[in-house]
Design a protein around this ligand. Structure first.
Ligand code: C5P
Length: 235
């Protein structure tokens, strides 16, 4: 397989075409942004952590029947993935109150939730990713009802698999964001699963082991990413 021209550069990744029309290569950067690009910085070594952790999680999920875009890790930062058409939704699952949910609904961070919350945001930088419901998604033509149903059931299954996996690492999965893509008519899990896209709290101390340390200027950002690699057995 030959790597060809750059197709896209996002906030945290670059995507390159290959000589196979069904495949592309994702290259993870150390650039960090928050609040939709309003805060910018660098987390040294983040690209390596996010690439390796995402691939590890995708493999775990594949073993449990979840189809993903993952194909092959090339090196610490670069991975071959299926060339999908991204569904323009940020699919957020919450197991405990935190972040924008706590702010919007007036629920103190760390509060228990009676059941998991599934949330869809319309992926749009100029609009700041507004919250959308099933009716918005259909009316805006972002996905079909069948796709919404598939995404919802996959997201909730992924939630349970990830809760169980991280518990064994003494980590609580507070919430996370997923993105899905269309590949030859099938919905597959795409994008990444990393400390950039998940809230990870130490099960006992509730210490934050994720990007909130960068968003909130808490310090110890690189150390938290490295700790998560240790917890899942990759360092
Ligand atoms: O900010 P908020 O509380 O809505 O974030 C919920 C979860 O989704 C967090 O784990 C966060 O890391 C993730 N997220 C993300 N990318 C975004 C928005 C949220 O990865 N653009």
């Amino acid at each position: 397989m030959e790597i060809k021209e750059q197709l896209y550069e996002g906030k945290a990744k670059k995507v390159f075409a290959t000589d196979d029309p069904d495949l592309c290569v994702v290259s993870y950067k150390d650039d960090a942004t928050a609040f939709n690009g309003k805060k910018k910085g660098t987390i040294v070594g983040k690209g390596v952590v996010n690439n390796r952790m995402s691939n590890f999680m995708f493999k775990m999920l594949e073993e449990n029947g979840i189809h993903t875009h993952y194909v092959e890790e090339l090196n610490d930062r670069d991975t071959v993935v299926k060339k999908v058409e991204i569904v323009p939704l940020e699919v957020i699952v919450r197991n405990r109150a935190a972040g924008s949910f706590s702010k919007k609904y007036g629920v103190p961070e760390g509060s228990d939730l009676a059941s998991p919350i599934l949330e869809f945001d319309y992926k749009s930088d100029p609009l700041d990713d507004p919250l959308v419901n099933n009716y918005h998604i259909l009316a805006l033509g972002l996905a079909t009802q069948e796709e919404i149903d598939t995404i919802a059931s996959m997201a909730l299954k992924i939630d349970q698999l990830m809760i169980d996996f991280f518990k064994k690492c003494n980590v609580e999965l507070v919430d996370f964001k997923l993105e899905f893509g269309r590949f030859h008519g099938e919905i597959v899990l795409a994008d990444e699963i990393s400390p950039d896209t998940c809230r990870f709290w130490d099960l006992d101390t509730h210490e934050k082991l994720d990007k909130d340390r960068f968003r909130r200027d808490m310090g110890g950002v690189e150390e938290a990413y490295a700790e998560m690699m240790k917890r899942i057995g990759l360092a």
